[in-house]
Design a protein around this ligand. Structure first.
Ligand code: EPZ
Length: 425
């Protein structure tokens, strides 16, 4: 049965809203809880399906897991070194991050081979190459990857590209591996910095996150007992809300919005004519009557323009006066939303990894299908800006990363209702 959002578009989104906790920060931190032999308490933990699925994996491994609203308590004292090769893990990419944590806790690990997804092949060769340099034997089986730490030791690792996941997996293992690990060419994303902050809170010695070179002095095992951490706000959800307000001619105040993590997207929003006001832990945006185009966006590793906001900005630019170009340099198949936006009246031409967008005065409602998390979000904000009614399918993708879109956008004046397609038997 397919769920969809029935959207009545054309109303400006206005109001004040708190940004949910970050999906891409909490997922590696949940894996890191396996390295803390005791209780971890995480606050501001988003209520999204990727988190719920990861909590299920932790329970499968024998952890005690309790959720009280946005606070999650995890006790991994009795965690067991079981394979994650069944059901849930195979549908989630973030189960790859359990490799580093399970190796660090038990000395061996088996996780399902992460399939590709709608946006690209998503290989993990860099993760495994780094593990092999640290003395881990990695065996790629037909449907899973089995790793065991023969002679685990710190190593000098040079990443040929700043992979977020590979950097995070290295931090998880090197935090407890004997000796020092140096990572050159590390990812600098805020989510990597949050993971290091959490690990250091639990007794690790990690230095230099946010720069190209990270040094980790392994400590054997993290402190047991009690660790407590506040998950940072989700910069992609913040960017989504800002684009939604900009597209609908609205005004929005994001509580706990971290402008320093969105420098390039905020600058681009100003280029389209939005007025942006920054206050400590607050971002205010007032949209212009008509967005102006003429910009060129190239996605890249942090602090460049984030690939996860590329679909959202493509939606926005369909209403910007003039022609814009987007070059997607990170993932090879991340334009699935373009065709759907054209069904709403957008003018987008795709040439390889580039999209040329010619702004229109309006979009009209249509039946559209989100095929991945951010594409679904892009279509939802386009439907909120379009004239007339839309049906946005792909709720299960949105559920992975966005808490209750109906409530969030409804609180800002949007008219949308989640419905279930009636199947005719
Ligand atoms: C993380 O994915 C995020 N996911 C993605 O967010 C985000 O788009 C991506 O980083 C880039 O910022 C989570 O944090 C859970 P990468 P990850 O390793 O770690 C290639 C969302 O919408 N690569 O930085 O998988 C890879 O193919 C999601 O929230 C290799 O070639 O991204 C890609 O082209 C989507 N070999 C590039 O690097 C490897 O071993 C970036 O991948 C690993 C990656």
């Amino acid at each position: 049965m397919a769920d969809y959002f029935a959207v009545q578009g054309g109303k400006p989104l206005e109001g004040t809203i708190r940004v949910q906790g970050s999906k891409n920060a909490v997922l590696p931190i949940l894996a890191a809880c396996l390295l803390v032999k005791g209780e971890t308490v995480l606050h501001h933990c988003p209520m999204i399906s990727d988190v719920e699925d990861t909590l299920l994996l932790l329970r499968k491994l024998g952890c005690l897991v309790q959720r009280e609203g946005h606070t999650v308590r995890i006790d991994s004292t009795d965690a067991a070194d079981l394979s994650l090769c069944d059901g849930t893990a195979s549908t989630m990419r973030s189960s790859v991050l359990f490799l580093g944590a399970l190796l660090g806790r038990f000395g061996h690990a088996e996780v399902p081979k992460p399939g590709g997804c709608a946006i690209g092949a998503r290989p993990i060769d860099l993760h495994l190459a780094a593990f092999r340099q640290m003395g881990v034997c990695c065996e790629e089986k037909e449907a899973s990857i089995y790793c065991h730490a023969n002679t685990l030791a710190g190593a000098k690792i040079s990443l040929p590209l700043p992979s977020v996941g590979a950097t995070e997996n290295i931090l998880l293992l090197a935090a407890v591996a004997p000796g020092t690990t140096i990572v050159h060419g590390a990812a600098k994303e805020p989510e990597v910095q949050a993971l290091a902050e959490f690990l250091n809170l639990c007794g690790a010695n990690i230095y230099g996150t946010g720069t190209d070179t990270i040094r980790i002095e392994g400590v054997g095992r993290l402190q047991s007992g009690h660790c407590e951490y506040m998950i940072p706000p989700d910069r992609m959800v913040a960017g989504t809300l800002l684009c939604a307000a900009a597209m609908t001619g609205g005004r929005i105040c994001l509580k706990n919005g971290r402008a320093e993590e969105l420098e390039v997207p905020l600058r681009l929003l100003e280029e389209t004519g939005c007025r942006i006001f920054i206050r400590p832990e607050e971002i205010l945006l007032a949209a212009p009557k008509r967005l102006c185009g003429g910009c060129t966006i190239a996605t890249g590793a942090y602090p460049a323009f984030p690939t996860d906001l590329q679909p959202l900005f493509m939606s926005l630019l369909t209403l910007a006066d003039g022609t814009c170009m987007i070059n997607e340099t990170i993932f090879e198949a991340r334009f699935s939303h373009a065709l759907e936006l054209c069904a709403m009246g957008a003018d987008i031409r795709i040439r390889g990894q580039s999209a040329v967008i010619t702004g229109q005065k309006k979009l009209h409602g249509a039946c559209v299908y989100g095929q991945d998390l951010r594409a679904g979000a892009a279509l939802l904000i386009a439907a909120l800006a379009a004239e007339g009614e839309s049906r946005v399918y792909g709720c299960r993708f949105l559920d992975r990363g966005y808490e209750d879109p109906q409530a969030v956008f409804g609180a800002l004046g949007g008219t949308l209702i989640r419905k279930r397609e009636k199947t005719i038997i």
